[in-house]
Design a protein around this ligand. Structure first.
Ligand SMILES: [Zn+2]
Length: 199
């Protein structure tokens, strides 16, 4: 970030969310190494790190955070592989992740997947904060985003990790990741059924 750059990330009081990191943490604390969640493909090796990842997660208001995605660490290896597009991420603010042509695009949250140099590990999550969207912020969403913080993986790679498959998400909405987390007991709540269908 250049000196004088006023683009910023806006902290969010997690107590204002319908479901908080503390709620998810309380659930995770009930899970053992022999739970279905711990046996989720790919989750076993990092199961012991989930509580710490959720504890250190810091929520921000995605709608007004206009720091560029590169400096915010909101990018993955797939972004980095596309050199031209990757350079352009310095011009793309985090808040643009939530809009398409002036309307909310259905994105509930996005995460910092890259640790900012000198400030490891990644901790930040950006939420859509409109009143109408807040009910969609669930334990599964918070955990899904904590997994981005923890693994640095994109949705497609995270889906593969959690399902032990190599097929990626295809055209499906990323909330199928949240559905896997709920189905395996890693989080309590209902997925956004309207978004979890095939696109
Ligand atoms: Zn995701």
């Amino acid at each position: 970030m250049s000196v004088g750059d006023t683009h910023t990330i806006q902290a969010l009081n997690s107590a204002s969310l319908p479901v908080t990191e503390a709620d998810l943490l309380a659930h995770l604390q009930t899970l053992t190494q022999t739970s279905t969640c711990a046996k989720t493909p790919g989750l076993g090796p990092i199961f012991g790190q989930l509580q710490a990842a959720v504890t250190r997660q810091v929520p921000y208001d995605g709608l007004v955070s206009d720091l560029n995605k590169r400096d915010a660490g909101v990018w993955t290896a797939e972004d980095e592989a596309n050199t031209e597009q990757f350079a352009k991420l310095y011009q793309v603010p985090v808040c643009s992740e939530f809009w398409r042509q002036g309307d909310w695009n259905g994105t509930v949250a996005v995460s910092q997947a890259q640790p900012v140099p000198g400030a490891t590990p990644a901790t930040n999550v950006y939420f859509a904060t409109q009143k109408s969207v807040r009910p969609d912020i669930t334990q599964a969403v918070i955990l899904h985003e904590a997994l981005h913080n923890l693994t640095g993986l994109s949705d497609a790679r995270l889906y593969n990790l959690l399902t032990g498959t190599a097929k990626g998400l295809g055209l499906r909405h990323s909330c199928v990741i949240s559905k896997v987390l709920i189905d395996n007991g890693c989080a309590v709540g209902a997925p956004q059924d309207d978004l979890c269908g095939e696109k």
